[in-house]
Design a protein around this ligand. Structure first.
Ligand code: SF4
Length: 162
């Protein structure tokens, strides 16, 4: 039997109510992939032990890469409480899942402090967006996983159709 292609996805993108509001960020094209691929939905913030709903968090003075490298940055919520270790713990669980399943491709929710692919919020909780990866996505990047955001339907389709 031919092995199905496995795609790791941010769980909120297929309609799981795991975001900080206890809601989802459904992207119908990502949900539709469940008909053709083995889709593994994950929420690193829940796996890191955070509650749902929860206060929003942002990365401050760094991004996922600088946090993994131990150089600079931390994760704080809108009350200023730090959750860096929970975010790293959650990211490590996702990396374990990726290794267990031999995952090579992922679709993650951009701008999230965990799942952001290209952009994150700047830590000021004022809606400012900067370039950078979330904590989990940076970990997946170091694993060599091919990561798309939910805005890259065309790029994803090109890769799998041609
Ligand atoms: Fe979605 Fe990732 Fe945030 Fe969980 S951590 S709600 S999967 S964006």
């Amino acid at each position: 039997m031919e092995a199905a292609t496995i795609i790791l996805v941010s769980a909120c993108l297929i309609g799981i109510d795991c975001n900080y509001k206890g809601e989802n960020n459904l992207e119908s094209w990502v949900l539709d992939l469940c008909n053709s691929y083995l889709v593994i939905p994950v929420c690193p913030e829940q796996l890191g032990g955070l509650t749902t709903p929860r206060l929003p968090s942002e990365l401050k003075e760094g991004d996922g890469e600088s946090i993994w490298e131990g150089k600079k940055g931390c994760v704080i919520n809108s009350k200023g409480e730090e959750f860096t270790q929970q975010f790293i713990f959650g990211a490590k669980q996702i990396i374990k899942i990726s290794r267990i399943f031999g995952i090579r491709h992922a679709i993650m929710k951009d701008k999230s402090p965990s799942c952001g692919v290209f952009n994150i919020f700047d830590g000021s909780f004022s809606g400012n967006i900067i370039e950078g990866m979330g904590v989990t996505v940076a970990g997946l990047y170091y694993e060599g996983i091919n990561i798309f955001s939910q805005k890259q339907k065309e790029e994803f389709s090109r890769m799998f159709l041609y």
